[in-house]
Design a protein around this ligand. Structure first.
Ligand code: ZN
Length: 253
């Protein structure tokens, strides 16, 4: 074989070889996609989303907030979208038709999001709290309203009350979710206290209360007193592309 031919053969093998490695990677991604069409890539604060599922503007138990619609922040992994629909539907069924106001998920292909440090790979969603008016009637809100330690709105002052019964009902749905594994429910410590106190008085099982207590966390001072931020773990089919960050709860191991 001439030198020229040998070089040509070498180049050919290199190109085909790379092609095979490349298509091997794609096959892996597609295999994951055939089970779960969406794919969460990387970390919540440094990641991307492939084939994100869109959350419809309204469902039986929720409405997507106008801000999320305007920002087109309504995409998540299939598992997150399912969790939102199912958990809010159950609160709606069991608590006289209350509708949750759902805030931002991720953008269509994920990645950096100017309004959030995370929400990058389809595993984060914000919820405005369920609220009551001064007469104790459940009302729908299209805003994120901050609440104090007594459950009264800070802005506008005293106009609304934190609907501890329905907010707890949502937390309970998330804490008892088996199909989709929930890592965090970010919420202010003073509101977590109201929720846990309500749960104990309502006779909720010690196991559910303990799980909810682990999931609920105020990530930084003066944060999350006007909304819940929920984060789910990487769906099993999305690994190893998807990366979890932080503790994994014992009951999901
Ligand atoms: Zn958030």
């Amino acid at each position: 074989m001439s030198n020229k031919k040998r070089i040509f053969q070498l180049i050919f093998i290199t190109i085909v070889g790379c092609g095979l490695v490349h298509s091997g990677f794609n096959t892996q991604v597609e295999a994951a996609s055939s089970i779960s069409p969406s794919l969460s890539i990387g970390l919540p604060h440094e990641g991307a989303l492939k084939n994100g599922e869109v959350l419809p503007s309204t469902g039986d138990g929720y409405r997507l907030m106008q801000t999320a619609r305007d920002r087109r922040a309504r995409f998540g992994v299939v598992e997150l979208v399912q969790l939102i629909k199912q958990s809010t539907f159950r609160v709606y069924l069991n608590h006289k038709g209350a509708k949750a106001a759902v805030g931002d998920l991720s953008k269509r292909t994920g990645g950096e999001f100017e309004h959030h440090a995370s929400h990058q790979n389809g595993r984060d969603v914000d919820f405005a709290f369920y609220i009551l008016n001064v007469k104790g009637k459940s009302i729908s809100s299209n805003e994120m309203i901050p609440f104090d330690k007594n459950g009264f709105s800070i802005e506008p002052p005293m106009k609304y009350r934190f609907d501890v019964e329905r907010n707890w009902a949502l937390v309970q749905e998330l804490a008892e979710s088996h199909k989709v594994a929930v890592q965090w429910i970010f919420v202010a410590g003073h509101l977590e206290n109201l929720l846990l106190e309500h749960a104990a008085n309502a006779g909720v099982s010690a196991q559910t209360i303990a799980r909810a207590e682990q999931m609920m966390k105020q990530p930084s001072k003066n944060s999350h007193f006007d909304h819940f931020h929920i984060r789910i773990y990487c769906p099993a089919n999305d690994k190893p592309h998807c990366k979890d960050f932080g503790p994994r709860w014992a009951w999901y191991r």
